[in-house]
Design a binder for this molecule. Structure first.
Ligand SMILES: CC(C)(COP(=O)(O)OP(=O)(O)OC[C@H]1O[C@@H](n2cnc3c(N)ncnc32)[C@H](O)[C@@H]1OP(=O)(O)O)[C@@H](O)C(=O)NCCC(=O)NCCS
Length: 433
């Protein structure tokens, strides 16, 4: 749920990338980690909770006789459980009003201190308050889907899960779904089976709105991914990335050669490249709808969605387009969102400023050139790294633009919707935050 999400999926480059890496440099592979990784990779783990849910099960993989589509039919709304699920007695449900500065700050702090870390606990996602407000209040959002758990005595927020409504197309069906994100349990309350209760509660509240499907991502393997993607990272500030342990100096590389390798022009090179504005919403919507139609799973964006998700918002989402200097036609589009990570325990630096590739469309400007311009503006804006998944057509530019593979995987899931066969990342047209 959310992206770059592994406990193993870091905002971090894969050290194995470096063929001369010293295997003894860091021995962080406890037996437990090795066993977990092995079980994950073999899908051998029992999933006491997920085995009870309407999701593709591991034992069904490869069974092409099962039909594509909803696993369970909707139940009449009157049969949906009317009361919240029970929590351990010391805790109670709370609906988080993200309009409230105070509540937003509580959510921000819970995530800042307890949300996703990389395998080696060097970085932790630090979603900003503005970002959380943007991510959680798209058109027609439901406040009841912003769910907190707090201690009865102190009212302190200790866990969180959210949903937002979306229309997602799977092949030629447009399905109303919830996008589930920001599942977080305070570090001190882990492994007490609180997460399944939270997932059931958000599911119940989604059902109350007559919505029966959901989409989510996780760094962990659960039954059963529709596809598994990889993060790639493009250094913009290599010195800082190396200093904080995000990346390593390559074999036979010096710092000055590395800095030179990643150097970019001062400003974008494509004539007509400019920031997206409100007046561009209709053209961008047309461009994007047409582009996304080629993928097996993709959002079904209308103009309201595009205005919300893609109109630039300072330190949240950046969007640029190419307006033909001759015809004034909008021919290409690129975007990225801002998700910093806290750097844990570094004397010099506290935050890694990361841009995440979002939706990109090229019709006239080659995608490679468009994305190079995106890197240039990200560098101008002082981002340290530009991240991208291998979804959509991203593979076509990653290597050439000097992205390196990350060390974790991001698995995409659908709830109560079966897909006939696993997809390739390039068949996926969906980016979750
Ligand atoms: C993810 C998190 C909420 C799980 O809580 P927990 O205390 O570790 O686990 P619990 O004992 O409550 O629940 C375990 C169940 O939740 C499932 N689970 C764990 N992480 C999950 C995830 N990201 N998405 C869905 N289910 C998940 C487990 O698979 C297990 O179910 P199973 O027995 O069917 O396999 C918690 O570890 C956390 O806050 N981690 C940091 C933030 C994070 O990684 N969030 C998820 C982002 S995708």
């Amino acid at each position: 749920m959310g992206d770059n999400k592994s406990p193993s999926g870091s905002p971090k480059e894969n050290p194995d990338n470096d063929s001369d890496a010293n295997p003894l440099a860091k021995d962080d592979s406890s037996l437990e980690t090795i066993v977990r990784k092995f079980q994950d990779s073999m899908s051998l783990k029992k999933h006491k909770f997920w085995e009870t849910q309407p999701v593709g099960q591991f034992k069904e993989v490869g069974d092409s006789s099962l039909p594509e589509g909803p696993i369970e039919p909707p139940t009449p709304l009157s049969e949906v459980k009317q009361e919240p699920y029970n929590l351990p007695t010391a805790y109670e449900w709370t609906t988080c009003d993200m309009d409230s500065e105070e509540t937003c700050l509580e959510v921000y702090n819970l995530l800042k201190n307890n949300y996703v870390e990389d395998d080696e606990n060097m970085f932790r996602f630090n979603y900003s308050k503005e970002f959380l407000r943007w991510a959680l209040r798209p058109p027609s959002y439901f406040r009841s889907w912003h769910i907190g758990v707090c201690a009865k005595s102190s009212k302190k927020l200790v866990a969180f899960i959210t949903g937002v409504p979306a229309r997602i197309r799977v092949r030629d069906e447009v399905v109303r779904m919830a996008e589930i994100n920001f599942l977080c349990v305070h570090k001190k309350l882990r492994s007490k089976r609180l997460a399944p209760v939270m997932i059931k509660e958000v599911t119940r509240r989604v059902h109350l709105e007559n919505i029966w499907q959901a989409a989510y991502t996780a760094g962990v393997v659960l039954p059963t991914p529709i596809t598994t993607c990889q993060y790639w990272h493009r250094s913009l500030n290599p010195k800082k990335l190396i200093d904080v342990g995000f990346s390593r100096l390559g074999a036979r590389m010096t710092m000055s050669r590395t800095i030179k390798l990643y150097k970019l022009p001062d400003s974008p090179v494509t004539p007509g490249f400019r920031k997206m504005e409100l007046r561009d919403v209709p053209a961008v919507t047309r461009l994007l709808r047409n582009y996304l139609s080629q993928f097996v799973v993709a959002p079904d964006f209308d103009e309201d969605d595009v205005e919300h998700w893609l109109l630039p918002s300072e330190n949240v989402v950046d969007s640029y387009l190419v307006e033909s200097p001759e015809t004034h036609e909008i021919t290409d589009f690129c975007s990225f969102y801002t998700l910093p990570s806290s750097i844990l325990g570094n004397q010099t630096y506290s935050t890694l400023k990361a841009a995440y590739s979002y939706y990109n469309v090229s019709t006239k400007t080659p995608l490679l050139q468009l994305m190079n311009d995106a890197l240039i503006v990200a560098k101008q804006k002082d981002y340290d790294v530009f991240n991208a998944l291998d979804v959509m057509q991203n593979e076509s530019f990653l290597k050439e633009l000097k992205f390196g593979p990350g060390d974790g995987q991001l698995h995409y899931y659908l709830y109560n919707y079966r897909i006939r066969r696993e997809l390739k990342p390039s068949e996926l047209g969906l980016v979750l935050l």
